[in-house]
Write a protein that binds this ligand. Structure first.
Ligand SMILES: Cc1cc2nc3c(=O)[nH]c(=O)nc-3n(C[C@H](O)[C@H](O)[C@H](O)COP(=O)(O)O)c2cc1C
Length: 297
């Protein structure tokens, strides 16, 4: 049976899985491998140092896959000129899925929808999710506790069904999803797709260093610290990369202090994206089959 949802069909992907954009970790190779594996490959525009490099990146992605992909653009904490340039490039290259975070996505939604492009927006609570829905986004990404990068505080077990109950647009589950068992659980909670970051740090195609990848395989959630000391916004970071006594001046945030979510516990090995996705589908099917039958007596 095909594993699709209305949202995966709307986004034109084979499976309801989005490889989440990761600063300094997602590169063109990870995007292309994700798209070719049947999920949505994505990248933050800021992984390119300049708009010119971003243009070259878009050309590279387009030349290596004809499948849909996404670009993340933060609407705040970014130089306004850079934001304007990156959004203009997303529209010029008709990036199929624009993922916004922080700020009001209304203007992006209007411009994207004029060109038939989709917009997804991150939310960590119902108030922000409602604003994003009112702005007309195609789906809200429920960023729960335990997620890599800037994470929320609410358990995915509460955040996903809470947003599903109150919104009429689709909800995507983010935070800790690393296996097909969790894909099944997320769909059961009402999500129409999952947003997977941390598991793909340990993908062969990711731009993370071998040491970073190793820390993201079979780690302990206690190795992950939730702090606002690294970037000013609360996020999850690997404890061993935070200098004793807190971040110091000459440490490059994100480059030297590595982010990862609690899902490090469930990543079994460094593998190619296609193998991680195949595992997730097999685990999803096994999890569904293992559920108790309904109405048995
Ligand atoms: C190393 C790293 C970098 C990230 N950078 C970004 C980013 O630049 N923009 C963004 O919207 N989210 C970023 N995120 C968050 C992810 O897009 C996503 O919300 C999160 O990884 C999902 O939770 P998971 O890591 O538990 O799968 C980052 C996450 C990680 C682990």
């Amino acid at each position: 049976m095909p594993l699709t949802t209305p949202l995966s069909e709307r986004l034109g992907i084979e499976l309801p899985i989005l490889a989440a954009p990761m600063f300094l970790v997602s590169g063109v190779d990870l995007v292309v491998a994700s798209c070719e594996a049947g999920i949505l490959g994505t990248i933050p525009s800021l992984n390119f140092r300049t708009p010119e490099a971003f243009r070259a990146g878009l050309e590279a992605i387009r030349s290596r896959t004809d499948r849909p992909f996404g670009v993340n653009v933060p609407l705040k904490l970014i130089d306004p000129a850079r934001l304007e340039a990156d959004l203009a490039l997303c529209l010029e290259y008709e990036v199929p899925v624009i993922i916004t975070s922080l700020g009001d996505p209304s203007a992006v939604v209007r411009a994207a929808h004029d060109r038939g492009l989709a917009v997804l927006h991150d939310a960590t609570n119902l108030r922000h999710a409602r604003k994003a829905e009112a702005a007309g986004v195609d789906a809200v990404i429920a960023v729960a506790a335990g997620a890599g990068g800037h994470a929320g505080r609410v358990s995915p077990f509460v955040l996903v069904p809470w947003l599903v109950e109150h919104l009429s647009c689709p909800v995507v589950a983010a935070g800790g999803v690393a296996t097909g068992r969790q894909l099944a659980a997320s769909l059961a909670l009402g999500a129409q797709a999952v947003y997977v970051g941390t598991r793909f740090i340990a993908a062969e195609e990711s731009a993370a260093s071998p040491a970073y990848k190793a820390m993201c395989v079979r780690g302990d959630p206690d190795d992950v610290v939730y702090t606002d000391q690294v970037s000013g916004v609360h996020g999850n970071f690997l404890r061993r990369t935070i200098p004793a006594g807190g971040p110091v001046k000459d440490v490059k945030r994100w480059k030297d202090i590595w982010s990862a979510g609690q899902g490090i516990a469930l990543a079994d090995a460094v593998k190619p994206v296609a193998a991680i996705v195949a595992d997730m589908v097999a685990e999803y099917e096994a999890a569904r089959a293992a559920l108790p039958p309904v109405g048995a007596s």
